[in-house]
Design a protein around this ligand. Structure first.
Ligand code: ADP
Ligand code: MG
Length: 440
């Protein structure tokens, strides 16, 4: 199945070059973290096949729940991580093929601003030294002019000359983030990654920093990749948005289209999770079951299939919603079991958090199905699965349930489809499943 990512143009359309070439092109990027040697096992697939483009002067937003791979994607684009596969092209050059010297020279052009200025700033250096450091490292300007340049940068980000000799701990969060931005600007980059730049700040300060970033973009023609988990931040300053889930981009499109008419079930769920004063007042609200799966064991097929409220149900099984919900619940418990013994850390976590893993599986099945009228074939499959789990074969149990209750969603990775004004990875966009209305 197609495992490429989302791109602004289709593969077969070089003639859509109406826009100028993108500044950044990411193609099939994968970054896997190998497991701890002690435990062995599968790698963490932090970024798993991302393709996207960022136009010159554009701001591309990246959103998604914590742990979905946003920071790893950003750091991989900047070649700060060892990339497992795929390419990153910057201004037409493949930066993944650069040797160390070339990469070092290119870095000047591609900078990053982190969420927490305190973690990226050396507290023992003065503000002046912090902003000057990149100039020293890259040996830019003669040492005498560097000081002037730093003073100019401080002014650019709204700080004062007198701040030069201060220490970051004397500054407020907003001021520290201004220092981080001045430092990122020092080498006059074209591209800046902003990794949750305002998440640690008070709302009133957030607006000021975002305005500063917009002004700087205009003044210097900067291209931004803006990572945020706060969707309102993204909505205000991004031209386009990519929605990530478990290392993949699920949907990508113009900001307004994505917020006003999201096509992908995950985007819908994410948008509907924006807190409302009274959640019960919104009948459209979608509640997501469970937490995102462990990226060490992503689901086969569509990565969102285990939580998707719009998962396709197999035609041949006509069960009511109530029964389906119970079946889905049972399957998610069995799925958890499958990886329950993988590492000690996970085992500890599950002991503290999800004790369904340690309730005998037969009790779980009984609680879900005993007082509920289900077709005998469903009962039979469920209790066969229970037998397998009890015999130590959780994987076999999971596979049995997938065979019986699964659909294309669990079997195949969905291709990227043009859907409305966005591009989205979902089987629901394919012609054969189109009759099933997403809104149902
Ligand atoms: P986000 O920024 O969206 O919160 P990250 O990119 O930080 O997500 O992390 C994605 C996944 O990769 C997470 O499961 C995280 O635990 C894992 N991860 C991140 N960095 C490392 C690392 N250096 N070694 C192993 N796993 C990592
Ligand atoms: Mg992050």
């Amino acid at each position: 199945m197609t495992d490429g990512g989302l791109r602004a143009t289709t593969d077969a359309a070089p003639e859509t070059g109406a826009d100028s070439d993108p500044l950044v092109e990411v193609d099939g990027l994968r970054t896997y973290y190998e497991s701890d040697r002690l435990f062995g096992g599968d790698p963490v697939k932090a970024v798993d096949g991302v393709s996207l483009e960022i136009g010159r002067g554009e701001t591309l937003g990246v959103v998604g729940e914590s742990g979905c791979g946003k920071t790893t994607l950003a750091r991989s684009i900047l070649q700060l991580e060892d990339v497992t596969a795929g390419t990153v092209t910057f201004d037409g050059e493949d930066v993944t093929a650069f040797d160390r010297r070339e990469r070092q020279a290119w870095r000047r052009n591609a900078q990053i601003v982190y969420q927490d200025p305190t973690s990226s700033i050396n507290e023992r250096m003065t503000v002046g030294e912090i902003v000057r450091e990149p100039l020293d490292v890259h040996d830019r300007l003669d040492p005498a002019t560097r000081r002037e340049r730093v003073l100019e940068l401080l002014e650019t980000v709204g700080l004062e000359e007198e701040h030069y000799y201060r220490y970051p701990h004397q500054f407020s969060g907003g001021q520290r983030q201004r220092v981080g931005i001045a430092r990122a600007l020092a080498l006059e980059p074209e591209f800046i990654v902003l990794d949750e730049p305002v998440s640690a700040l008070d709302v009133s300060v957030q607006a000021k920093i975002l305005n500063l970033l917009s002004d700087l973009q205009e003044e210097f023609g900067l291209t931004y990749l803006l990572i945020a988990h706060d969707l309102s931040v993204v909505r205000h300053i991004c031209d386009r948005v990519a929605v990530m889930y478990l290392g993949k981009v699920m949907e990508c499109g113009p900001t307004d289209a994505l917020f006003d008419s999201p096509e992908n079930p995950y985007t819908r769920a994410l948008l509907s999770a924006i807190p409302e004063p009274d959640p019960t007042a919104d009948p459209e609200r979608i509640t997501l079951r469970g937490t995102p799966p462990n990226p060490r064991h992503p689901p086969e097929g569509c990565v969102f299939s285990t939580r998707c409220p719009f998962r396709i149900r197999p035609d041949e099984l006509d069960l009511g919603d109530e029964t389906w919900e119970r079946v889905d619940e049972f399957r998610s418990v069995v799925r958890e079991r499958e990886h329950a013994t993988v590492t000690i850390v996970e085992r500890l976590k599950s002991r503290l958090g999800f004790d369904t893993r340690f309730t005998p599986i037969g009790d779980v099945a009984a609680a879900l199905f005993d007082d509920h009228d289900v077709p005998s074939e469903v009962n039979e499959t469920v209790w066969n699965a229970v037998d397998r789990v009890e015999a130590g074969d959780s994987r076999g149990a999971r596979e049995l349930l997938d065979d019986r209750f699964g659909s294309v969603c669990e079997a195949e990775s969905p291709p990227v489809c043009v859907a409305g004004e966005t591009e989205s990875r979902c089987h629901r966009h394919l012609e054969e499943y189109e009759t099933l209305d997403l809104a149902e």
